[in-house]
Design a protein around this ligand. Structure first.
Ligand SMILES: Cc1cc2ncn([C@H]3O[C@H](COP(=O)(O)O)[C@@H](O)[C@H]3O)c2cc1C
Length: 170
């Protein structure tokens, strides 16, 4: 079994908000969602987590239940959407969105991370994890997209992952 990338549970933020690096805590439904995740999760021998609260709360819960320490890795943070963070996607300036879509890897109209910058910090983590055994990384949807892209999956950047869902990398 390879590394398992787990998306955090629902964060306490309005539907449709653009957020990446903003540290929203988990929503009120955390206990129920975490119990479901824990029941579905296979055995692991290490627990890593993004430093953001929506991940550390879940990682702490899993670590406590499985008797494992939680190791924080900053490379597991979501992409930084800069000035767009906290804005409803519907209110993000159209020209910025168009530029982002047209120059997907290099554009950073929000002043945060381009997809290329984000990918460049994620790939060393993924390479380090290759063959590392059954490691759980509690992280974000962007990381899961980047990891599947790295694994050669067509359309990976457009994929959606429900809160609390996980993927296993080869
Ligand atoms: C290229 C790219 C485009 C995205 N659009 C939204 N997200 C990601 O950023 C937000 C925060 O993710 P989470 O809820 O898992 O912390 C979500 O909207 C998620 O889809 C993206 C991430 C990447 C890399």
């Amino acid at each position: 079994m390879g590394v398992i990338l787990l998306r955090h549970t629902r964060p306490d933020v309005a539907e449709g908000t653009c957020y990446g690096r903003t540290d929203y805590p988990p929503a009120e439904s955390f206990s129920e969602e975490a119990a479901e995740v824990l029941a579905a999760l296979p055995p692991v021998h290490r627990v890593l987590s993004s430093p953001l609260l929506r991940c550390t709360r879940l990682a702490d819960h899993i670590g406590a239940a499985r008797g494992l320490p939680v190791e924080i890795d900053p490379r597991l943070i979501e992409i930084d959407f800069g000035a767009w963070e906290g804005t409803p996607w519907a209110e993000v300036p159209r020209d910025g969105l168009d530029h982002w879509a047209a120059h997907f890897y290099d554009s950073r109209p929000h002043g945060g991370e381009s997809v290329g910058m984000f990918y460049a910090r994620v790939v060393p983590f993924l390479d380090e994890m290759h063959g590392a055994g059954t490691v759980l990384a509690v992280t974000h949807a962007g990381l899961m997209r980047a990891a599947l892209h790295h694994a050669g999956r067509e359309g990976a950047w457009q994929m959606k992952f429900p809160y609390g869902s996980f993927i296993e990398l080869p």
